[in-house]
Ligand binder design. Structure first.
Ligand code: ARG
Length: 475
């Protein structure tokens, strides 16, 4: 029997206490699983990444057995040392896996039992892989949550820095992807920043709910051994332990919520990526991608394609798929552990890996984007961008908004019909319209400066938003 998580030479079995057939659970069995059944059931290929968490959880469990008087202190010390040794070997890649092991939990237990004999065989008292696997998974998820928090904060810091640079840079803001009103580029960038702060909040709030230890729940109904789940939870750094053992082993809402949170954040990233791709479209010319975040074409020499942004956009679909896969898995599943639940891990791993791949790439892409402020300003020549400001100027002079809207629309139509421009309108024509200073409003700097209220696109607002975001990140 030889293998790594996928293949390799054997060295951790058989232990003295092993049943015939080699499966650690095979006492009641007289034959090993069919090879194809074993192949279907084997999760070691992907759950091996839980090894460090399995070792931590097992060390905490040794403490619980010791506290309950089921292990002598010396034996507990030896078990902890061997668990650490096995963990180190797995981390170093020197551990030799056994083909018979279905998963990382059995691989570690087998190795400990092989090395310590009967003492190793005491480890699994009062626990089940059912409580162990969710304990490992929650510990892993909480670490991933920290990494997502860091990478997201870094991206927000980049957006803030770019927004400060461009607090005064004007650009046509759009609705329906058509020119609407001038905004500052800083305001647009910070819109993405604020969306990401809600992702940080979601990660933090999800983290509180996830920081609950299932260890001690056993297979479904705790054990008769007098273990103290609260102390185990404490030793593992969880905020608390389970309140219902059946809930602890059955539910995967912590994973499902992680995928929901990850999917929402990925959606935000996809929209930032879509803006980057659009802005750097040469037919628009508002920004140029740094070569480090662009790709050439194998056929068309002139191309600088926004692959990083496009992949950041596309990966959101995949993470949403991970959420849907787990939701479909869980819905309708009666309480209690079912092997179906083994399918919770790959979507979780995939979503985490994908998000942690996208975040730094998009961060670098945004950090190095070169904005063409002149082209953006030139795009603000479009006089339609100021129509709302003209109508609002009439409102400030007492005209009801609907009438102001109609009057402005009619003015735009007349000018367009005559093939002219608002900029060529005579003082007299402005007077007739009802705004002596109408021409001064046709300026993007004036337009954004006048939107100085809270949350608006004015340069001052952008700077105070940037300050607020920095305070948010600092906690
Ligand atoms: N590899 C399993 C999983 O990921 C561990 C739990 C196995 N429990 C069981 N009763 N077969 O879910």
């Amino acid at each position: 029997m030889t293998s790594g998580p996928t293949d390799g030479p054997a060295a951790n079995g058989p232990a003295t206490t092993e049943p015939a057939g080699g499966q650690l659970w095979a006492g009641r069995f007289s034959a090993p699983p069919a090879p194809e059944a074993h192949a279907l059931g084997r999760s070691l290929r992907f759950d091996v990444r839980l090894a460090p968490y399995d070792v931590r959880a097992s060390v905490a469990h040794v403490g619980a057995l010791e506290d309950a008087g089921l292990l002598e202190p010396d034996d507990a010390t030896r078990l902890r040392a061997t668990l650490a040794e096995v963990g180190d070997e797995i981390a170093a890649g020197t551990f030799v896996f056994d083909d018979r092991d279905e998963d990382v939990h059995l691989a570690i237990e087998r190795a400990v039992t092989h090395r310590l004999g009967d003492l190793g065989a005491r480890l699994h008292a009062g626990r089940s892989r059912n409580d162990l696997v969710v304990t490992d998974l929650r510990l892993w998820l909480l670490d991933v949550g920290d990494r997502i928090h860091e990478a997201t904060s870094a991206l927000i810091r980049t957006l803030v820095a770019r927004a400060r640079e461009h607090a005064d840079t004007v650009m046509p803001g759009t609705t329906h992807a058509r020119p609407a009103q001038p905004v500052s580029l800083g305001h647009h960038l910070l819109a993405h920043g604020w969306a990401l702060t809600r992702d940080l909040e979601r990660v933090a709030q999800w983290g509180v709910r996830t920081s609950v230890s299932p260890l001690g729940a056993g297979a479904l109904g705790t054990s008769t051994l007098g273990l103290d789940p609260a102390r185990t939870a404490d030793a593992l750094g969880f905020r608390g332990s389970f309140r219902n053992s059946l809930d602890a082993v059955s539910d995967r809402d912590a994973v499902q919520e992680f995928l929901a949170v990850a999917s929402i954040e990925a959606t935000h990233l996809s929209r930032l990526a879509a803006d980057v791709a659009r802005w750097s479209d040469p037919t628009l010319g508002w920004a140029e991608l740094d070569e480090a975040y662009a790709t050439g074409s194998s056929m068309m020499p002139q191309k600088r394609n926004p692959d990083t942004a496009e992949l950041a956009r596309g990966k959101a679909a995949r993470i949403a798929g991970d959420f849907v896969a787990l939701t479909a898995l869980l819905q309708g599943l009666p309480l209690g552990y079912h092997r179906d639940l083994q399918e919770d891990k790959e979507p979780a791993f995939d979503a985490a890996d994908t998000l942690l791949l996208v975040l730094p790439a998009l961060d670098g892409c945004v950090a190095t984007l070169r904005f063409d402020v002149d082209v953006m300003r030139a795009a603000c020549e479009d006089e339609g961008l100021y129509a709302t400001d003209l109508a609002e100027a009439l409102v400030r002079r007492g005209v009801p908004f609907r009438e102001a809207h109609r009057r402005t629309g009619e003015l735009l139509k007349r000018v367009a019909d005559e093939g002219g421009s608002l900029r060529d309108l005579s003082g007299e024509a402005w007077e007739t319209f009802g705004l002596r200073d109408g021409a001064t409003l046709l300026d993007p700097g004036v337009a954004i400066g006048a939107r100085s209220g809270p949350g608006g696109p004015s340069p001052d607002s952008v700077r105070s938003q940037a300050d607020a975001l920095e305070r948010f990140i600092a906690g």
